[in-house]
Design a protein. Sequence first.
Length: 240
Amino acid sequence: MAEECVVTLAHAFSSMLFEATFDVSSYNRWLIGLDPHAHAHAFRWHRMLLQFLQDREETAHAVPARRWVLKTPWFSHGPVLEAALAEYPDALVIQTHRAPSVVVGSSASIHVRTYGAGSDMVDAARIGASQLSLMETLVESNQATRRRWRAEKPWLSQRIADVQLAELKRDPLAAVAKVYEQLGLELKDEVKSAMQAWLATKQVDHGKHKFELADFGLSAESVAERPVFRRYCEEYRLDC
């Protein structure tokens, strides 16, 4: 789907979209604290919307049913990931990984811009601290969920492929081939050709997102020293 699922899930108030637009910290604390069952209604709505869009595509354009590809960092939150796989038990998950300091800085930079669109009072340091805390919570919940699945539900762990974002940028085709292999999928020649053609158009060449952690009262060291991030970087062999 062309748009991130935070937009779809916002219709059911189970989304980070509001937090990314306004300083609604109390809503954010409530949302983060929900268990998987509390997100179930949002994914029922999500499924209905996808069914509507697919039916419209098949009816109006005579296009056969295709695999849906969805995207949002919100799926990394443990309870949300559990709710998503409960609604879509045959789903496959691709989780990209990169240094937490880059993630926190990038997210803080985006939030400064989105908050600035709706308010004249934007505290960059407060946003930096908030994003650091949020990312720490998301990483911790994700890793706890995945550790539990490896121990108790190994069939769910087999539905997740891990790839470093740096690898994806450096050699996209090799990274995708690795993902296909991890998920037990066949990478057909026509798919490879389509990916090569897409890359040849340089559709990923939109400029670099530039920011400085210091602008948000942070440093790479202050982020990397968090125990949650240290464990995460060690597990996925990230240069943090």
